[in-house]
Design a protein around this ligand. Sequence first.
Ligand code: GUN
Ligand code: FE
Length: 432
Amino acid sequence: MGKDFVLKGNICYSKSAKELALVADGYLVCEEGLCTGVFQQLPQQYQHLPLEDCTGKMILPGLVDIHVHAPQYAFRCLGMDMELIEWLSHYAFPEEAKYKDLAYAEKAYGSFVEDLRQGPNTRAAVFATCHVPASLLLMDMLEASGLVTLVGKVNMDRNSHPQLQESGPEASARDTEAWVSLILTEKAYHNTAPILTPRFIPSCSDGLMVKLKEIQQKYGLPVQSHLSENKGEIAWVRELCPDAANYSAAYDYFGLFGGSDTPTIMAHCVWMEEEELALMAERQVFVAHCPQSNMNLASGIAPIRRFLDRGIPVGLGSDVAGGCHTSIFRAMSDAIQVSKLYWRLLDQNEAPLAIEEAFYLGTMGGGAFFGKVGSFLPSYEFDALVIDDSKLEAPYDLSLNERLARIIYDPDRCILERKFVRGRDVLHKAAL
Ligand code: GUN
Ligand code: FE
């Protein structure tokens, strides 16, 4: 398959949070890695292009994970009996300390990257560890996978595991700058880019945050971190930053909270104050909603309806290993389910997420952090999945809406036949 081609099949994509487009037996045109459009009849000018006939299959945009920890993949599904702070010190930090050893990193990151390559996600914003060589190795592997990723060498110079913590603001900032400049000077990545990654306020001294803002400005980097996940964590931030009005203000004080020159993803946002929501909307800070992690670590339920109503951008995150599954299909069904509990148990004014909203969040919602990504609207980047869902059949004819719902709730019995990222098939490299 060359650069320009046509896929024929049952095409489903979001036009907005509320509007799902479903085109049975339609044509999806890819030119130069971008979507030209979706057509019921193939216009004359595209009839010369190679056509991949996927009649009967479902064609969806690639899924987007805007919050995942690559080094935690190795212990997914373990340690799910603790809350955040205890879990970090018993599981996450000791595991991440192992990535000082490149041989270990190669093995562990190899399984993570292969899982991502074979699964339905096409894009991800990824936390690595604080180790520069292992973070570069992860980026090399992700680049080779064909997926598009933002990867962060983590910053953490306080309150951590002695084997993991960086020795101070200077060392952490020096390593971070060395990492960024190496990428810019020596690595010719097409699909992999750095993202500044202060782990969270309890892990980063004030001196480090000042230096990270300088690096962010100098290199024009996006930012990812964690915000208001757990009540104990929030109380800790209050002690560490007594002058900050709230957790968001603790980031904002250092200029690391969104705005047009500092695109930012904040994971979780479970326990937010009203003023924080106003600031997030103003700065267009992305919420990475990680429902499975929030359940596993008993953190709470993020008020996604409130975010959407206020115009705050939201995408979905697996938060492996807070979450056990890398697939964003799972995050979609979890997001719907926790939103129902929120509505039933906590606030009957906050309507649960509809399935098309969850699908939007896991495609176009998170995709917006990467640009025009996560839809088949014209000029969106061509990230597409071709799915054989024939094992999900029923004794009656299912509508496309119903088939999409089944794929979202029961993806494991589907076969991912093709997976295109920017127009390239990353499952069948030989076919390129
Ligand atoms: N907050 C700070 N670090 C982490 C992490 O690794 N996982 C989660 N879920 N929350 C965090
Ligand atoms: Fe996380």
